[in-house]
Ligand binder design. Structure first.
Ligand code: SF4
Length: 372
């Protein structure tokens, strides 16, 4: 099993909280696609795993026309081994989703769509700088379902400084009424370099209190449970059988190859990434675009630990013993106080978070990290 990730770095506008690599220079789309084709071709010898997933993220992949996707799929199929039942996902902005475009996507073979809703409140959308409105958010999901998508995901953001728990609850109520099978819900973080971070520094925004954050997180868990969703990763919930195969691959250490500026790849013990620079990318000199590193034993341990503890299955201790004998005793010693504090559970040779501690899992993970 393996996956491909395509980073489509174009957006019409910039959302104030976003730190993904993107540009509003849409006039470079054609040149970008041409370079993307050559990148797909360039790495075909390096990566001969059967592909069980392809994911188009961004940026805004729904700015790519159906005809361009068709050509790209033809290039991928001729260069890589795409399994017939592969999960093929597109991230989409609600206002790009017309009936015609959705039909094109289905015809091309997309079988999963992840719609960037973020909120159903007009005030939230305006404050965040999203280009869709509240009605478009709802319509997009319903239209995707009507046209035939049967694996629909949506994103929500909570912990918004100008909002309230009651408002977030209304978002969750709408979510429960919609035909979605997957929800990714993220607490707002003020990433350095974003407009929101500057507003935080100026005191215009304040982080929401820990009590409010926790209350919203518990609401999220309650509403998703009520809809019959499982909470399978820190920020991800789904109907049974609808886990994101592509994202699960990341968490399970499955190899993947990333294309486009800012995209990351992982295979064997190698981590590779393209610099986040569209101008450089367009020159197509892969020796300059691409950087790579070999993971040290401590890096590989920390990454496995981090990914494992963020999932409901937790960390496979048998794997940790076998792969990292040098760090195993330290892991067990360090985790014992989290176990006795009931933040971690040790059961069936696995270590995992309790539902209550998942919200603070990043602090636990940091405490368990090792260095060489
Ligand atoms: S549309 Fe998505 S990628 Fe583009 S700026 Fe907004 S959050 Fe970032």
């Amino acid at each position: 099993m393996a996956g491909l990730y395509f980073h489509i770095p174009f957006c019409f506008t910039r959302c104030g909280y976003c730190d993904f690599y993107k540009t509003t220079r849409l006039e470079f789309m054609d040149a970008f696609l041409k370079t993307l084709f050559s990148e797909v071709d360039h790495y075909k010898e390096d990566f001969n795993h059967p592909l069980s997933s392809i994911y188009f993220g961004g940026g805004t992949p729904s700015l790519v026309k159906g005809a361009d996707f068709a050509a790209l799929f033809a290039a991928v199929k001729s260069a890589y081994h795409l399994q017939s039942d592969a999960e093929i996902t597109i991230e989409a902005n609600p206002d790009d989703l017309t009936a015609e475009y959705l039909d094109d996507l289905l015809e091309l073979g997309f079988n999963r769509i992840s719609i960037g809703i973020q909120s159903f409140h007009q005030r939230d959308l305006q404050e965040m700088g999203r280009r869709h409105n509240a009605q478009q958010a709802r319509n997009a999901v319903e239209l995707a379902w009507q046209r035939g998508f049967r694996n629909i995901g949506m994103d929500l953001i909570y912990g918004l400084p100008w909002s309230s728990t009651a408002y977030f609850k209304q978002n969750l109520e709408i979510f429960t009424q919609l035909p979605v099978q997957h929800l990714s819900a993220y607490h707002l973080t003020f990433e350095e370099g974003t407009p929101f971070h500057r507003l935080l520094k100026k005191g215009i925004y304040q982080e929401v209190s820990e009590e409010d954050s926790l209350e919203q997180y518990h609401l999220l868990r309650a509403f998703t449970r009520q809809k019959g969703f499982e909470h399978y990763e820190l920020s991800n919930f789904c109907s049974p059988g609808f886990r994101s195969r592509h994202n699960s691959s990341y968490w399970n250490g499955v190899p993947y190859l990333g294309f486009g500026p800012g995209a990351h790849s992982y295979f064997g013990n190698t981590r590779r990434w393209n610099k986040s620079d569209l101008n450089l990318y367009l020159q197509g000199d892969w020796t300059k675009v691409c950087e790579e590193e070999q993971l040290s034993e401590a890096d590989a341990f920390n990454e496995t630990l981090m990914l494992g503890l963020r999932t409901c299955e937790g960390l496979d201790l048998k794997e940790m013993r076998t792969r990292f004998p040098k760090f195993y005793a330290t892991l067990m010693e360090q985790s014992s106080r989290w176990i006795s504090g009931a933040a971690l559970v040790h059961e069936n040779d696995r270590l995992f978070c309790t539902p209550g501690s998942w919200f603070v899992v990043d602090g636990i993970i940091e405490d368990l990290f090792v260095s060489e």
